[in-house]
Write a protein that binds this ligand. Structure first.
Ligand code: WT7
Length: 654
């Protein structure tokens, strides 16, 4: 952290938007003044750009904190807002999705076509007995049906839980169980890195491995045929999308639901081994997703081509692939595959081909392109790009400058957007037509958002100092809870600053002399690997679940490309060593974690050690292990029960 602080103290480059950009930008400086004058009136005005079947009269009910209700007596239909109303306004022929599969197949889907598909899918789901409040798990590749599936669930007032296609059958199982899903929507497979990545088999495995778990809740599995790989079939349970959806009626009325109707659950890693089901509701979530997409990404729906590269399995894909852009009636690129297949210029080829104007991606991707060199993007015409966005982790100034120069042709503003699964939408970011940007800083809270940087007791640290990021006022797209666990919701986010009533984000941050925010990474046992959140504890429990492992400790070590990398230290059981050859064990444990959680959680390094550094009360001192993993001199060891243990570990790691 100290090297980052040194860096930001010396960062004095500033980039103002061009006068043309500023003149045409949707987000203006007046928004700050309006929001400052009356925050609730400001959000009410943003909410009114949606279609309400029943207009709300109350903006915010904060009478029972931290359980907020926004626009509570209003009624709307989220899917209607993303689809029908654009068709009714005469924009049915506008392209909603410019989809490209990894092998190069293409589909252009207009708002009218997507509306039709969603209405049919909504009828299919209702025919399967899915109704208001029921949960539907979605485990899909990045194909148009994935977006249609989310909207079909929303349309009927049910709740989706999208599970990233890279998660294992085990992870899928626990998420399906936690939510009590009635239906799973999946595909036979998707294309990734030039190969078929099977999905339906993982669903079969998840549903087959009932074990000692609760009773099965899943009644049906709806399957899109994408890759044509062999899949097993249960005639009573499984239904092909291509049989059911086209045959269903295209008449489906979008019924109104209360603003606080749950829209989705999205699981994210916390500091314990059990992922949290973050719950979002309808009116406030859609208001802020659409508003931020409009002003931060400066979407002009008639002319822009937006591309958010995130998978729908993450919050970024929920808010800036499905809900924000479609609520705004925008045209966007949806790409199925990996950035380097079949060649390392694949993304830039897509930017050129579709004349993408706004690109929203993660620092980890930018750093890997940087590593490959400028010659690759330089082969393509990127002149359509007029705005660039970054999300998921702090972007280091070098990567920021490269992004601006090589991808943005030294003119496109860059917005570094800070937010979380829990916040639902962007919270801290420059406004591209207003803010003078600074490489490496996420800068300022958006209009209508109130944040601060405080010390451990909740006192503001003031400019020039570091501390903890807090959100001091409720916001429309805030999480409404953790599915099935209200106590954990209160404890995780609200207990630390209970006295002040602040939301604790779990991020360290620093305010510079201008009051701009610089994010410094997580302050808890949560890692950020390639912009994805992973819990040290969750990976540790996966490791100790292996028959060979007695104890495990996991740390996030800084990594040039992925931001942080998973590094694990394991103690092997004597009994296992007595009967097995330890050769190859580290590699086996890496793939074990991949099978238990998913490939993203696979440790970069597995070190087999004899002991772990613990305090007298038995707490593992991960800080010291991080020193080892990052090749630094080991820090203060005086609180260790056995101060010699670190030199033993260091020797074993070499
Ligand atoms: C955590 C949230 C928000 C969508 C993607 C990740 C880190 C996110 C930034 C940024 C510095 C960032 C934070 C945050 N983070 N964006 N622009 N600068 N850090 O969502 O998985 O819920 O992770 O990502 O540490 O707490 P998530």
């Amino acid at each position: 952290m100290s090297s980052q602080i040194d860096h930001l103290l010396t960062e004095n480059r500033r980039f103002a938007p061009s006068p043309e950009f500023a003149a045409n930008a949707i987000g203006t400086a007046e928004l700050y003044a309006q929001a400052d004058a009356d925050r609730e009136a400001f959000w009410a005005e943003q909410a009114r750009s949606l279609h309400w079947h029943t207009p709300f009269t109350e903006v915010l009910d904060w009478s029972n904190p931290p359980f907020a209700q926004w626009f509570t007596d209003g009624e709307l239909n989220v899917a209607y807002n993303c689809l029908d109303r654009h068709v009714e306004a005469g924009n049915g022929d506008r392209v909603a999705l410019l989809w490209e599969g990894e092998p190069g197949d293409e589909r252009r889907i207009t708002y009218a076509e997507l509306t039709d598909e969603v209405k049919r899918a909504a009828n299919v789901l209702e025919g399967l007995g899915v109704g208001h409040g029921d949960r539907v798990a979605i485990y899909m590749p990045m194909i148009p049906e994935a977006v249609a599936a989310m909207l079909a669930v929303a349309r009927i007032g049910a709740i989706h839980s999208v599970i990233f296609g890279g998660f294992s059958a085990d992870s899928l199982r626990s998420r399906i169980d936690d939510a009590g899903a009635k239906v799973v929507i999946t595909a036979d497979g998707g294309y990734r890195k030039g190969r078929v990545s099977p999905l339906k088999p993982a669903v079969d495995q998840a549903l087959g491995d009932r074990g000692a778990g609760p009773q099965e809740t899943v009644e049906h599995v709806l399957v899109v045929k994408r890759t044509g790989n062999e899949v097993s079939w249960d005639d009573d349970r499984d239904i092909w999308w291509h049989d059911a959806v086209p045959a269903a009626s295209a008449d489906h009325e979008a019924r109104p639901f209360p603003a606080e109707n749950p829209l989705f659950i999205l699981y994210t890693s916390g500091t314990t081994g059990k992922p949290k089901g973050i719950l979002h509701t309808s009116g406030g979530y859609l208001t802020q997703a659409a508003f931020t997409n409009k002003v931060v990404h400066d979407i002009h729906p008639e002319s822009d081509v937006f591309w958010c590269t995130a998978d729908i399995g993450w919050i970024t894909g929920h808010s800036y692939v499905t809900y924000g852009p479609l609520a705004n009636g925008a045209t966007q690129v949806l790409y199925e595959g990996t950035p380097d297949t079949p060649h390392p210029g694949r993304w830039w080829e897509l930017v050129e081909k579709y004349r993408v104007t706004i690109l929203y991606t993660a620092p980890t991707a930018i750093r890997s392109f940087m590593k490959l060199g400028r010659a690759i993007p330089k082969k393509f015409d990127l002149s359509s790009l007029r705005l660039l966005g970054s999300v998921g982790e702090p972007i280091n100034p070098e990567a920021w400058m490269w992004y601006r120069k090589i991808i943005g042709n030294k003119t496109a503003p860059i917005v570094d957007t800070w937010w979380q699964t829990e916040t639902g939408a962007i919270m801290v970011s420059a406004l591209p037509g207003v803010t003078e940007t600074k490489p490496g800083s996420a800068q300022v809270p958006l209009p209508g958002i109130a944040i601060d940087v405080v010390d451990d007791d909740g006192n503001r640290v003031g400019n020039g100092n570091g501390g903890l990021l807090v959100i001091t006022k409720p916001w429309p797209s805030m999480l409404r809870g953790i599915w099935g666990d209200p106590e954990r919701f209160v404890e995780t986010y609200w207990e630390k600053f209970q006295k002040q009533g602040y939301y604790f984000a779990g991020d360290g941050a620093r305010l510079d002399e201008d009051g701009d925010v610089w994010f410094l990474g997580r302050v808890d046992d949560v890692m950020n690997v390639s912009g994805h959140r992973l819990s040290t504890t969750e990976i540790e429990s996966a490791l100790v679940g292996n028959e060979a492992v007695a104890e495990a400790a996991v740390v996030g070590a800084s990594d040039e490309t992925t931001g942080q990398a998973v590094v694990s230290f394991v103690i092997i059981k004597e009994s296992y060593l007595a009967a097995h050859d330890p050769e190859g064990l580290a590699a086996q444990l890496r793939s074990w974690v991949g099978e238990q959680i998913g490939a993203i959680a696979r440790p970069r390094d597995v070190y087999i050690v004899g002991e772990l550094p613990k305090t007298r009360s038995g707490k593992i001192m991960r800080r010291l292990l991080r020193d080892v993993a990052e090749g630094r001199e080991v820090g203060d060891t005086t609180t260790l029960a056995d101060t010699a243990v670190m030199s033993i570990i260091s020797a074993q790691v070499k």
